[in-house]
Design a protein around this ligand. Structure first.
Ligand SMILES: Nc1nc2c(ncn2[C@@H]2O[C@H](COP(=O)(O)OP(=O)(O)OP(=O)(O)O)[C@@H](O)[C@H]2O)c(=O)[nH]1
Length: 300
């Protein structure tokens, strides 16, 4: 941080004094900017703070970040005509592309000040993007990319509470591959992993926009269906099991194939029921489906 602070040179000083007659020294100002940018680990908030600090110094109207590390493009402020695009790098790694805009064309000395300000932004923004990525990774299953059990616990508690408060229907389906252990034992774990990924894709393709799909554990998956009664959840489950039964996965050098099959249990939220009890009922329905011969769907 001290290098960045020292790098805020006389150009900042003259512009600061023009913009704010009683402004602090450039070093103090740089320190203030860095401390503000470092006070949050939300990338969007970092951009907002940056805009607030840079607006009085260089008339900045907007700042936008496009980064492969983030799901969405982040923006603070309103885009204007005169844009500057900067590729942000940190230790040789590309963090993203920053677009800075304002209404008036940029003069050379203002561009220099802007560059110095952007240099103060890079590290706090990098920390915030990495933190956001770590948080997302903690909520996802690395094999299938689906939300994981930790995310399910949070989503289920939230959806149950919303459904009770607004008296909306809510259904939950637990899906489990049939005789999955045999796939692993016969064709190896790579084939097993491929089968799990295939089922994950099918679950996502099969569900509606508002449904949430999770990998709960091993070969067990959960679909949380807000605003859905048991009848709707059953229709969705039947479609899914039928689609799964049509899948043949080719494996091995001899092109051996195996058929996928799955079983599922469905339960709809009862009045006053807890998240744990709803899950338990759907899980018991799944156990019954297994006991009655697999490749079937049972509603509690
Ligand atoms: N390839 C692979 N296998 C896994 C993974 N996680 C769990 N498993 C395996 O999943 C299998 C689950 O076996 P079981 O619980 O007996 O279930 P099943 O063979 O599908 O039997 P039923 O559900 O009764 O039809 C075990 O062999 C686990 O080792 C994973 O990430 N990848």
């Amino acid at each position: 941080m001290s290098e960045q602070v020292v790098s805020m040179e006389s150009k900042v000083k003259s512009q600061v004094s023009a913009a704010r007659p009683a402004a602090p020294s450039p070093e103090a100002l740089a320190l203030q900017v860095v401390m503000r940018l470092q006070s949050t680990l939300d990338p969007e908030q970092v951009l907002r703070y940056f805009l607030q600090e840079a607006a009085p110094l260089v008339g900045l109207s907007s700042v936008r970040l496009q980064s492969d590390g983030l799901d969405t493009v982040l923006q603070a402020g309103r885009s204007r005509r005169c844009r500057v695009v900067q590729r942000l790098r940190i230790n040789g790694e590309l963090l993203g592309e920053l677009t800075l805009s304002r209404a008036r064309p940029w003069r050379e000395e203002e561009r220099e000040t802007l560059d110095q300000l952007v240099a103060l932004l890079v590290h706090p923004l990098h920390n915030a993007v990495r933190f956001q990525q770590a948080q997302a990774a903690a909520r996802h299953d690395s094999l299938t990319g689906l939300l994981n059990r930790h995310a399910l616990d949070q989503a289920l508690a939230r959806e149950v509470s919303l459904a009770h408060r607004h008296q909306h229907p809510l259904s939950l389906m637990v899906v489990d591959l049939d005789r999955f252990k045999q796939i692993n034992d016969r064709y190896g774990h790579r084939a097993g992993d491929a089968a799990l990924r295939r089922l994950a894709d099918m679950l996502e393709e099969n569900c509606r926009g508002g449904d949430l799909v999770f990998r709960y554990a091993g070969d067990e998956f959960v679909v949380l269906m807000a605003h859905t009664r048991a009848s709707g959840a059953m229709r969705s489950g039947e479609r899914l099991l039928q689609a799964v039964a049509e899948v043949t996965v080719a494996m091995g050098e001899e092109g051996e194939c195996f058929d996928l099959r799955a079983s599922a249990g469905v339960a709809a939220l009862a009045e006053g029921e807890s998240a744990e009890d709803l899950f338990h009922r759907a899980d018991l329905a799944l156990l019954r489906a297994k006991r009655y011969g697999r490749n079937r769907l049972i509603c509690d």
